[in-house]
Design a protein around this ligand. Structure first.
Ligand code: GLA
Length: 390
């Protein structure tokens, strides 16, 4: 495939010399959802599919970008001296925002580059296609301009690009998983301190199955920002009553139970209840995984979904139908929505002997209930972004 991409790059950019090749994965979060911006724990892993880039540095200040996933948009150009968000530039705003953030931090980038991107992560499916292209851009910049910057710093800059340039108030989980991923491991990340630990994911006779609702996400970004504000409001109410925290993630469930009566707004209370309980669940779940108790890990995945459905209210008929159908299947160890919600994907742990029936039966029930066709992927856990050689 790489050879084909290089060939296409050379045709599009009419260039016939050496090129550089890079890869950046997508991610799936196993547990700890909507906890990152609440200063809590997440437990994502990088996937073995993602975004590829074929690159050639230029001598002038022009960037020319082409995506095989958006062929009809053709090649989109921008200039190093004019890094502003432009709706017409569509997906190119992601890499552009990253270049801008690097420059704002005084990293020396003095020319543009030509790039062909190709991603095999379904767009808008909640598997972080945007974080993938952001971190990919960061890795390209570091390499081409020989920048002295480490991956965690790049991850943080990519989050800034997403927050400030794109305008989505997301936490740090996606960029961190994409940048710092490690083959066959998930990352237990404390989003408050950014301390992290790689935990081996040894599923023996089981697989991680991702199911895409194929529901277009619509108003997801504004609903995401609403959830975030509710949690911030809850923190404010608690602080006004002497609790003194920066994030909900600082409270255990027991501590929260003692002070939650201060939160009189019912919706805020539900949102905060999820944030606190999910954070604790993530920590407990990882302890079970370390002890090879996948059954308990799976049970907590199910609890996570229920909390996201009832307290955080970010699931909807599509995600609920997929998860409920998964729970009914023999061989399902755990199943939950993953990512921001409101559409996107579910993640399930399924015994290998049952994967075929799982896909068949869950797909059938989902179709009957929603009229939509789900897509299934067996996920392998891969490494984070970097140069690609194969
Ligand atoms: C999106 C955001 C992440 C995180 C998840 C929910 O993927 O980009 O920062 O908040 O939703 O866990």
């Amino acid at each position: 495939m790489l050879e084909d991409l290089i060939k296409e790059f050379k045709e599009i950019f009419k260039y016939d010399g050496e090129v550089e090749t890079f890869f950046s994965p997508g991610r799936v979060n196993l547990i700890g959802e909507h906890t990152d911006y609440n200063g809590g724990f997440v437990f994502p892993c990088a996937l073995d599919f993602g975004t590829y880039a074929i690159v050639k540095k230029r001598e002038d200040k022009t960037f020319r970008m082409y995506s095989k996933n958006f062929k009809s948009l053709g090649t989109i150009e921008f200039d190093l001296d004019n890094l502003v968000y432009n709706k017409r530039d569509n997906w190119v705003n992601y890499p552009k925002g990253v270049v801008k953030t690097f420059l704002d931090r005084s990293y020396k980038i003095d020319s543009g580059f030509d790039v062909l991107f190709y991603g095999n992560i379904p767009n808008g499916a909640g598997l972080s296609s945007s974080a993938s292209i952001e971190v990919l851009t960061a890795v390209i910049l570091k390499d081409l301009f020989k920048l002295d910057v480490d991956m965690v710093e790049m991850v943080k800059m990519c989050q800034v690009a997403e927050n400030k340039f794109i305008g989505v108030n997301s936490g740090i989980m996606d960029q961190f998983a994409v940048g710092m991923g490690k083959k066959d491991h998930a990352i237990l990340l404390d989003c408050n301190t950014l301390k992290f630990e790689y935990v081996p994911v040894k599923l023996k006779n089981m697989s991680i199955v991702i199911a895409n609702t194929n529901k277009k996400r619509g108003l997801a970004d504004s609903k995401y920002n609403e959830r975030r504000s509710s949690c911030e409001e809850a923190v404010k109410v608690l602080n006004d009553n002497g609790v003194n925290i920066k994030y909900l993630g600082e409270l255990t469930v027991a501590e929260f139970d003692k002070v939650k009566y201060f939160i009189t707004d019912e919706e805020q209370l539900k949102r905060a209840t999820h944030a606190v309980s999910e954070n604790e669940r993530a920590k407990v779940a990882v302890e079970f995984l370390k002890k090879d108790d996948i059954a308990e890990f799976g049970r907590l995945m199910n609890q996570s979904h229920i909390s996201l459905r009832d307290d955080y209210e970010v699931t909807g008929i599509e995600l609920d139908s997929l998860v409920e159908a998964a729970w009914e299947e023999e061989g399902t160890v755990g199943s939950r929505m993953t990512g921001a919600g409101f559409g996107g994907c579910t993640v399930s742990i399924v015994e290998n002997d049952h994967v075929e029936n799982f896909i068949k039966n869950v797909g059938k029930k989902y179709k009957e209930k929603t009229g939509l066709r789900a897509t299934f992927y067996i996920a392998n856990i891969g490494d984070g972004a970097g140069r690609y050689v194969k």
